[in-house]
Design a protein around this ligand. Structure first.
Ligand SMILES: Nc1ncnc2c1ncn2[C@@H]1O[C@H](COP(=O)(O)OP(=O)(O)O)[C@@H](O)[C@H]1O
Ligand SMILES: [Mg+2]
Length: 271
């Protein structure tokens, strides 16, 4: 399988001396859904800032689509990797939602007709079409987060990275987000989500990378989310659905991760 992101022995120290990353290595395959899971302060956001050259490696290397991320390549890399940052206030700034989302396309010098079509399509996909004439500054956090996502998707990056996408979304908003992310995956995007939300990882990931204190503690499939010692070491807990089945004494290989899987297991157990 083709690797689209490769991080090699990446370290990063903030000016105040905080060592946020201490030799992180991992890779991500094309078209997959990866969750970067770790408690607050484990280095997720710092790591993400390296994936499109917001931060350049102080030590180690980052490759996107085989190209090393450097000062020279950062423009090309930015076209390939779209990041929705943790704080939408870093990202949403124009005087209307529509203009905000259209901004990057105008910068590319695209024809107005095409811009209109693309912006409309994305605003509808993300579910913020009704907000198009609003001032982003006045929106709720959840709404801003969706607008930031629209601004990223409109540029059609191959790789979409979301930092804590669930924060500030209401339950319905979270469900819509999942749906949208699955749609993106069907469109052959590579997706990476950073979160401390084990339920999100359980619901959604192909691959899980657990980060602790600036290091990769372990990576693997969703089975990792059933390893009590690993979770405890990373200050994480079992996914809620899985925990129920583990505590009820189901063997690990039968323990479900999603509601759909749980229903299947339960129906099997009743019959
Ligand atoms: N601007 C900064 N200056 C100094 N330390 C920082 C800065 N931003 C983050 N850190 C520190 O770096 C570590 C990793 O933070 P971060 O990447 O934000 O983790 P996460 O996203 O997993 O919560 C933490 O110890 C945090 O306090
Ligand atoms: Mg963070």
């Amino acid at each position: 399988m083709k690797r689209v992101i490769e991080v090699q022995d990446l370290s990063y120290r903030y000016p105040d001396g905080t060592e946020a990353l201490k030799g992180v290595s991992f890779s991500i395959d094309w078209g997959t859904k990866t969750v970067l899971l770790g408690p607050n302060g484990s280095g997720k956001s710092t790591l993400i800032m390296h994936l499109n050259g917001v931060f350049l490696p102080q030590k180690g290397k980052v490759f996107v689509d085989g190209q090393e991320v450097t000062k020279k390549t950062e423009q090309t890399v930015r076209r390939k990797v779209g990041i929705v940052f943790q704080d939408p206030d870093d990202q949403v700034f124009a005087s209307t939602v529509w203009e905000d989302v259209a901004f990057g396309l105008f910068n590319l010098g695209m024809q107005e007709k095409e811009i209109k079509e693309r912006v409309e399509e994305v605003l509808k996909l993300v579910g913020v079409w009704h907000l198009r004439n609003r001032i982003p500054y006045h929106l709720s956090y959840g709404e801003k987060k969706k607008v930031a996502l629209a601004g990223v998707l409109v540029m059609e990056p191959e790789i979409v990275v979301l930092d804590e996408p669930g924060t500030y979304l209401d339950p319905q908003g979270k469900r819509e987000l999942f749906w949208m992310l699955d749609e993106l995956c069907k469109n052959r995007k590579t997706l990476l989500i950073a979160t401390h939300d084990v339920d999100l990882a359980a619901e959604w990931a192909d691959k899980v990378i657990i980060l602790k204190e600036g290091r990769v503690l372990k990576e693997g499939g969703k089975d990792l989310l059933l390893e009590e010692e690993v979770l405890a070491e990373a200050n994480l807990v079992f996914p809620r659905i899985s925990e129920l089945f583990l505590r009820a004494g189901f063997p690990k290989e039968k323990v479900p991760f999603t509601v759909e899987e749980a229903i299947r297991v339960l129906k099997g157990a009743i019959r």
